[in-house]
Design a protein around this ligand. Structure first.
Ligand code: ADP
Length: 231
């Protein structure tokens, strides 16, 4: 079966006035459908850079990233944008919701971009908000929600177009411990229900929730371990 995601000897250099920074020094990994992978490691070890390349938000200096068997480098910008919209879901530390829109409208947005008809959009948004436990908040503006609620909306939005892969960068980083716990439980449930997840995190409890831990050090995979994965 085709891997959902594959990195082949991926490097990323940044040329800065102070010299060249080798953020990734050659990373190869394969992620199969249904996996729940945590990427952990010290600050500056290349975790965010790797996630950004996996999501096609940036291009590697060398090496290849393939999503569903498609090499991202082969795609024109328009096709890359389309692939991101339809095959990948993103969850960020700082939610990135549009404040003037309601929770429902925020979840509908990626579906609108993908051309899903309005009635279907609304029905799916409500279904997703119920899934993340926010049915009662659908009509509230993003600014009227707590941090944990905003992150639930962001997760619902990321799932809107039924992505093959959910990429999350420090999704509990802005949340207090109890609220973070709720998001971790949501991720475990998502994975149990079939979503493939890659999460970058400093949060050891969140990492332990995953079934596979990739430890980064100095731009390389230092080692891998099986997580405890309760699912
Ligand atoms: P992590 O997510 O593990 O904290 P990053 O992937 O953010 O690590 O960063 C890896 C290295 O690349 C760090 O040394 C960082 O300073 C450097 N880096 C990241 N982004 C840039 C950039 N846009 N320009 C220059 N250096 C960068």
């Amino acid at each position: 079966m085709t891997a959902v995601l594959e990195c082949r000897d991926v490097t990323r250099r940044y040329d800065t006035p102070g010299g060249t920074v080798h953020a990734l020094r050659g990373v190869s990994l394969t992620i199969a459908r249904g996996e729940y992978v945590a990427i952990v490691g010290p600050s500056g070890s290349g975790k965010s850079t790797l996630l950004t390349l996996m999501g096609g938000l940036d291009r590697p200096s060398s090496g290849e990233v393939l999503v569903d068997g498609t090499p991202l480098a082969a795609l024109r910008d328009r096709d890359l944008t389309r692939l991101r919209l339809r095959r990948l879901g993103f969850v960020f530390q700082r939610f990135h919701l549009l404040p003037v829109l309601t929770a429902r409208e925020n979840v509908e947005l990626p579906m609108a971009e993908a051309g899903v008809p309005a009635a279907e959009r609304r029905a799916r948004a409500d279904e997703l908000l119920a899934y993340v436990g926010l049915a009662a908040r659908a009509g509230h503006r993003a600014t009227q929600l707590s941090g944990g609620e905003m992150q639930r909306v962001a997760v619902a939005r990321a799932l809107a177009n039924r992505p093959a892969l959910l990429l999350a960068d420090e999704p509990t980083g802005e949340l207090d411990a109890a609220t973070g716990r709720g998001i971790m439980e949501l991720f475990a449930r998502l994975n149990a229900d079939g979503t493939t997840i890659v999460v970058v995190t400093h949060d050891e409890r969140l990492a332990a929730e995953a079934r596979r831990e990739i430890h980064m050090l100095d731009g390389r995979i230092e080692r891998e371990a099986a997580g405890q994965g309760r699912a």
